[in-house]
Design a protein around this ligand. Structure first.
Ligand code: MN
Length: 253
């Protein structure tokens, strides 16, 4: 069944990720795509292309590159529900624990005539029209490493007017869903002290990154405390009308 693997890996009583269901297959040439920047046990970028009611997904450790000389390792992972394409937030524990940022979003168009045949062959050509990624791209399956459950591909930018030496992950590092938000803002908006003792990664560069982000999230939360709910005037439930009464119309002069 589609999405079985996605569901088996997650406990939706603990994760805010959508449980999702296979959606109707999109009709027409333009389909949804997104890239989520995911700080978990390792930082990576998840490229997702809508196909047949799910999001085909690849984890790209270094993220996409606009330089046509770069071949970025892209490990195919389990299909995700289409609703996942708008997800941004904090996964407190379990599979993928960490912070997810919606880093790019838009439409994709296949350039291979038959997508299923291209996937079987391991050679997929497509165009992206996102905020950050545009133009022609290829995903090419590699031989020799990866296994059947996680086949390895290479993500390559074709040479066109959207390719070049600009390091897009450094140039445009922030969220497209919450304008201007970085990982620390996303964490600060939810549960900044969640991982004070036990972050999803403790050692190496990712461990250091978590420490920096947790510290920044706590600081930003301290600067802009959320309005305490107790200060809001209580509204007696019985006084609430079942539906909002029509507002008396004022005559225009
Ligand atoms: Mn991921």
């Amino acid at each position: 069944m589609p999405l079985d693997e996605y569901r088996k890996k997650r406990d939706f009583t603990k994760s805010p990720e959508p449980a999702g269901a296979p959606a109707a297959a999109a009709t027409g040439p333009e389909r949804f795509f997104c890239v989520q920047k995911h700080l978990a046990s390792h930082r990576h970028y998840d490229l997702r292309l809508e196909h047949d009611g799910v999001l085909l997904s690849w984890a790209v450790p270094k993220g996409p590159s606009l330089d046509w000389n770069d071949k970025r390792l892209a490990m195919q992972v389990e299909d995700h529900p289409v609703e996942y394409g708008s997800f941004e937030g904090v996964i407190p524990e379990g599979y993928g624990a960490g912070v997810v940022m919606l880093w790019d979003v838009g439409t994709w168009t296949m350039q291979s005539p038959d997508l299923d045949a291209a996937l079987r062959k391991g050679d997929l050509k497509f165009r992206l029209d996102g905020y950050k990624l545009k133009g022609s791209w290829a995903l090419v399956r590699t031989r020799g490493y990866g296994d059947s459950s996680k086949p390895s591909w290479l993500l390559i930018k074709h040479k066109d007017e959207w390719s070049g030496p600009l390091d897009i992950t450094t140039f445009a590092p922030l969220s497209v869903k919450t304008p201007g938000a970085d990982f620390a803002d996303i964490l600060a908006g939810e549960t900044p002290d969640l991982w004070r003792r036990n972050p999803p990664a403790k050692t190496g560069d990712t461990g250091k990154l978590f420490q920096r982000i947790i510290a920044a999230a706590l600081e930003r939360r301290a600067e802009a405390p959320a309005a305490p709910l107790a200060d809001l005037p209580a509204v007696p439930q019985a006084d609430l009308p079942a539906s909002r009464p029509a507002r008396p119309k004022t005559k225009r002069r």
